[in-house]
Design a protein around this ligand. Structure first.
Ligand code: V47
Length: 370
């Protein structure tokens, strides 16, 4: 088939159509094509085979109980040291108030991540979850990344299994995909030397899956990493998914430099972001969902990415979140997107908007809440 003006892409397209798995070298070749529309069409063909025109969105809220963190990641503009004037840790009362507001606005999910804060006892985290669950049993608590679980196990001297079971018993329903960054060394150590390494991030995902919970996975791109680093990351995620099977969704996160120790870097271009979305869809053949995260991509590019392999536009409520203030400019000067606006973006792309819960079940609402 003469699929594109890139013969290598034609060859890969034939393999994708036949259902073959792409190799590391294939992934690098996909990134090297300059035929962006053909790459997009190929990723879109896989997305349509899996989901047709259905495009998911959810109504959620991000909540960061503390911004105190010792990890000192070069790409992060969020963390504070304990002595800084704007360092904070929310108490349970404030956390319940925020969750209550989210529930009244129709949120089905609270996305909870924070810093690695050594001033808190482990009971702070379990009490937070159990109080939220008692007050709002209908709210799905997507809480703590593999980096936080690793910190809990090491700092509080508990086994991984014990950490996961205690958090699960307290109300943790699933885990978000943050902290994956770029697995491959030496890049990982150059941008986040004090953080859980790639192998351990993957190992903990497997343990959470073994405990019966779903998780997500991310990749931070557009900083100092190479194309080979990105493809290695995708291959390692795909291998972990073969082993443990609990990843629901992959989210490529476009690096936003302002306010970080890498603020001299330009961040990814629009073309690079669309290529990354498409290659992710093509390489991660065992991941059901690929998310276009508008907070990082901006609303317009996030909408276009729905034709480059993404089948999920996240999310409607992000105010109060970790990255929303610093990303608001990139995201079009806004930190919130209404349900009407997100549905309109999806429909304008010629796709069908379906509200989902965290586990990708369609949400039926008797009365529109937002
Ligand atoms: O782990 C940090 C990234 C992640 C920057 O699971 C940055 O559904 C861009 O993981 N520029 C946290 N990105 C966010 C995250 C996430 C977001 C949405 C949905 C889900 C999900 C997960 O944000 C961090 C890091 O990779 N990040 N700093 C930055 N300057």
């Amino acid at each position: 088939m003469n699929f594109s003006r890139d013969t290598k892409l034609d060859e890969l397209a034939a393999r994708v159509e036949a259902g073959a798995r792409l190799s590391f070298e294939d992934g690098v070749a996909l990134f090297q094509t300059d035929d962006l529309p053909a790459l997009g069409r190929l990723a879109d063909s896989v997305r349509r085979r899996l989901h047709g025109r259905v495009t998911y969105y959810n109504v959620n809220r991000h909540f960061n109980p503390t911004n105190v963190c010792y990890a000192d990641c070069k790409f992060c503009g969020f963390f504070r040291t304990p002595r800084e004037a704007d360092a904070y840790t929310h108490n349970i009362e404030d956390s319940l108030a925020l969750a209550g507001e989210a529930v009244r606005e129709g949120a089905t999910e609270l996305h909870i991540v924070g810093g690695l804060n050594t001033k808190l006892p482990f009971s702070y985290f379990t009490d937070l979850l159990s109080s939220l669950k008692a007050a709002y049993p209908q709210l799905h608590l997507k809480a703590w990344t593999m980096v936080e679980l690793d910190h809990f196990a090491r700092f509080y001297k508990m086994s991984d299994e014990d950490v996961i079971e205690k958090l699960k018993a307290a109300g943790m329903d699933s885990c978000p995909g943050g902290g994956a960054e770029i697995f491959r060394e030496p890049t990982r150590s150059l941008v986040c030397a004090h953080k859980t390494d790639g192998g351990r991030w993957l190992e903990l995902s497997g343990k959470v899956h073994a405990a019966g919970l779903k998780t997500n996975a991310t990749m931070l791109y557009g900083h100092i990493e190479s194309v080979e680093d990105r493809v290695d990351h995708l291959v390692r995620l795909r291998e972990q998914q073969e082993r443990s099977g609990g990843f629901q969704c992959f989210i490529p996160l476009a690096f936003y430099p302002p306010g970080t120790q890498l603020s001299h870097l330009p961040g990814p271009t629009g073309v690079d972001s669309l290529k990354t979305m498409a290659v992710s869809r093509l390489m991660l053949d065992n991941f059901p969902h690929i998310k276009s995260y508008w907070v990082m991509l901006g609303k317009r590019l996030a909408q276009v990415a729905l034709h480059y392999g993404a089948n999920d536009l996240d999310g409607t409520i992000t105010e109060g979140g970790e990255l929303t203030e610093s990303y608001s400019v990139e995201a079009g000067g806004e930190v919130k997107m209404s349900k009407q606006e997100i549905v309109a973006l999806i429909e304008d792309a010629g796709l069908e908007a379906v509200e989902r819960d965290t586990l990708y079940n369609p949400v039926q609402r008797a009365v529109a809440t937002i």
